[in-house]
Design a protein around this ligand. Sequence first.
Ligand code: GDP
Length: 444
Amino acid sequence: MAFEGLADRLQNTIQKIRGKGKVNEADVKEMMREVRLALLEADVNFKVVKEFVKKVSERAVGQEVLKSLTPGQQVIKVVKEELTELMGGEQSKIAVSNRPPTVIMMVGLQGAGKTTTTGKLANLIRKKYNRNPMLVAADIYRPAAIKQLETLGKQLSMPVFSLGDQVSPVEIARQALAKAKEDHNDYVLIDTAGRLHVDEALMDELKQIKELSKPDEIFLVVDAMTGQDAVNVAQSFNEQLGLTGVVLTKLDGDTRGGAALSIRSVTNTPIKFIGLGEKMDAIESFHPERMASRILGMGDVLTLIEKAQANVDEEKAKELERKMRTASFTLDDFLEQLGQVRNMGPLDELLKMMPGANKIKGLNNLQIDEKQISHVEAIIQSMTTAEKENPEIINSSRRKRIAKGSGTSVPEVNRLLKQFEDMKKMMKQMTGMQQKGKKKGGFK
Ligand code: GDP
C-alpha cells in the first residue's frame, strides 16, 4: 500500500510528542527534523518539505494549550492541517458546462494509465452524476490504444468515437464533438496521445486539440509510482496547457507517495482523483484530509478527541485514559465507561480511532455489535464482584449461570469475555508501545 514507509516514520515521530505535558521549541525542532527526513525519504519535493516544515514550526511553537487537550495533540493537529493544506485543502469537483457537452481532455505520458483512467472517469461521471458520456479515441500513436478504449467502451456499454489511426487527433476531436451533440452525449472525454517523454510535437498537438475543443477540464494522468518524475511531468504539462486537475494513478501500488504530497504545491494544480487499481471502478475522488489522516495513521484520533470533548466530561475522560493506559481496567469499569463511550459512537470504530490502533493485529476482527450492548450490560450485572475483577475464574458452570441470570445465552457470554480479553490485550500492547517511546523520547 502507498505511503507505508512515510506513515510509519511520521507515526513514530509524532508518537514521541503525543501526550507531552509541555512542548517547547526544542521539542518541536527535534520533531520537525524527523518529519523533514521522513518527507524527503518519501520523495517529497525538497522545496515543498522546506516550506512545510517552516509553516508547521511557526504554528506549533507558542501554540496555546487547550484546556482539555495535551499540547502534543495540538502539535499533531497542526501537522495534519498543514498536510491537508499541502495536498489542496478542500476536495474539488468536476466542471459542468452550461453549453453541453462538457469536454474533458485527458492528457499524460504513455503508460501512466490515461486510457484506463478515461474509462474509469466516464464510468464515475455516469454513475455519480447520472450523465451520458462519450469516449473519444484520439491516441493514434500508442499501438492498441484505440482498441483498448473500444474494449472499455464495450465493457461499460458506452459509445466510443474513433476514426482509426490514420486521421489526425485534431480532426478526430472535431468530428467527435459534432457527433456528441447529435447524440446528446453531455460529457465528452478525449483520450489524447501520449508519448514516452514530454516533447514539443506532443504539446503542439495537445494545444491544437485544446484550441479546437475548448475543454472545460484538462486532466493530467500521472503515475504515482514515478515519484518526482510525476511532479516534473505535471509541471511541464501545466506550463504548456494549463491543467485544471491531476489524476494520480497506481496509488494501490507500493509508492512512497511523494508525488501526492508535492504536485499541488509545485504545480498549483489540485489532485482531483486517484486510481487504486486496474478495474473500472477503482477510482476515487481525492480527499486531502482523509489522505493526511491515512498518512499520519492517527487522523481519526482528532475525530475521537472532538467526540470526547462533545460527550465526555474531562475528569471522566482522564480516568478512562488512565485505566486504558495502565490496563487496570475491569469488567466493572467497562460497564461504567460503556454508557459514556456509547454516546460517542460505535465502540469498535472508536477503538480503531485510537492512536497506534492500526498497528495492532486482530483489531479489525474485533466487532462490537451496538444492539448487543444492553445484553452486555445485563451479562456484566449478573456477575459476582470476584468474577468482574477476575474474569479468568469464569468457568463453564459460571457461564451458564450468568447467561441464565442475564437472560442471554452462553455463546453471548463467551463472546463478551473474548472481546474483553482482546480489548485488554490491545491496551497492553498500546501501553507497551508507549513505554518504548518513553525510553526513547522521554514523554509522559
Ligand atoms: P496509457 O498509456 O496512459 O493509456 O496507460 P494505460 O491506461 O494503458 O495503463 C497502463 C497500465 O497501467 C495498464 O496495465 C493499466 O491496467 C494500469 N493501470 C492504470 N491505472 C492503474 C491504477 O490505478 N492502478 C494499477 N494498479 N494499475 C493501473
